[in-house]
Design a protein around this ligand. Structure first.
Ligand SMILES: [Fe+2]
Ligand SMILES: [Fe+2]
Length: 273
């Protein structure tokens, strides 16, 4: 059961004067990706078919993710009454299918699948925290606060199952690092870019590079050090590297320097575009 309901959001406190239209575009993309988690839950149940404990956790998890989609959808519709979610979502799903009958994880092992899930969950927790901290609009801040807390809890859920499978499958640090890095770079890949395109309502043909760039330019500069520190630190933990160790601290500082340089470069370029 979800930890909160849509009615818990103070919708009547919506303040249009504090609305950032650029963020509304981001919300439209996010609501579709979240809403699509029902299919991802089916994929996980299929991959972990003989593990009823995990399969039931995956069902509860997917329900919470779909609820994130519903809350963000309602917000996007409030902010932009012309947003046609059903039309945009139909286009998105048609172009971005998830294999709901997969018998094996696309990450090579169940442990790898769960490492990838940890990366996504801590990534989304940092993402919604960054969105919350960069906005003054009270309803949006409240939605982001609740979702960020859920995503962090999801990380803990997948992390505990990952440890269980790591003990069985004995997947080493390097393999886990490869999976985590692969999933991290996928984040900048097709799913969000395509959702961003479908949510924009534009009829021009889909250009993955252009949409991924626009999306990244609007979101990455919003991250502060504490968001990246937490997100990257928890990713290291899922891989098997202690974030508080000297090695973990150096990697985190390095990641922040590279990330910030990239984000500011995007911001500069989009300001001159
Ligand atoms: Fe979510
Ligand atoms: Fe989540």
């Amino acid at each position: 059961m979800a930890h909160w309901a849509l009615e818990d959001i103070p919708w009547d406190r919506f303040d249009r004067s504090k609305l950032d239209p650029e963020i509304v575009k981001v919300v439209k993309a996010a609501c579709m990706v979240e809403y699509h988690s029902g299919d991802y839950g089916a994929y996980l149940r299929s991959v972990f078919g003989d593990d009823p404990e995990f399969a039931s956790a995956a069902t509860a998890w997917a329900e919470e993710e779909v609820q994130h989609g519903k809350a963000l959808r309602r917000y996007a519709e409030l902010a932009d009454p012309s947003f046609d979610f059903d039309e945009a979502f139909a286009r998105f799903v048609a172009g971005h299918k998830i294999d709901v009958n997969a018998s094996e994880s696309t990450r090579g092992s169940r442990c790898g699948e769960l490492v990838a899930r940890c990366v996504v969950e801590v990534g989304t927790s940092a993402y919604y925290s960054a969105l919350r901290d960069s906005s003054n609009e009270p309803v949006f801040r409240e939605i982001c606060r609740r979702i960020a807390a859920d995503e962090f809890r999801h990380y803990k859920l997948f992390y505990s199952h990952m440890k269980r499978y790591q003990a069985i499958e004995r997947v080493g640090v390097l393999t886990r690092l490869k999976v985590a890095a692969g999933r991290l770079f996928e984040s900048a890949d097709d799913e969000l870019a395509y959702a961003y395109h479908c949510g924009s309502g534009e009829t021009r043909p889909y250009d993955r590079r252009r949409e991924a760039y626009s999306y990244a330019a609007r979101t990455l500069p919003l991250y502060r050090y504490e968001h990246v520190e937490l997100g990257f630190g928890m990713t290291l933990k899922a891989v098997g590297i202690k974030p508080q160790s000297w090695f973990g601290r150096i990697l985190t500082r390095l990641a922040w320097a590279v990330f910030r340089r990239y984000a500011l470069g995007l911001q500069r370029k989009s300001a001159h575009a």
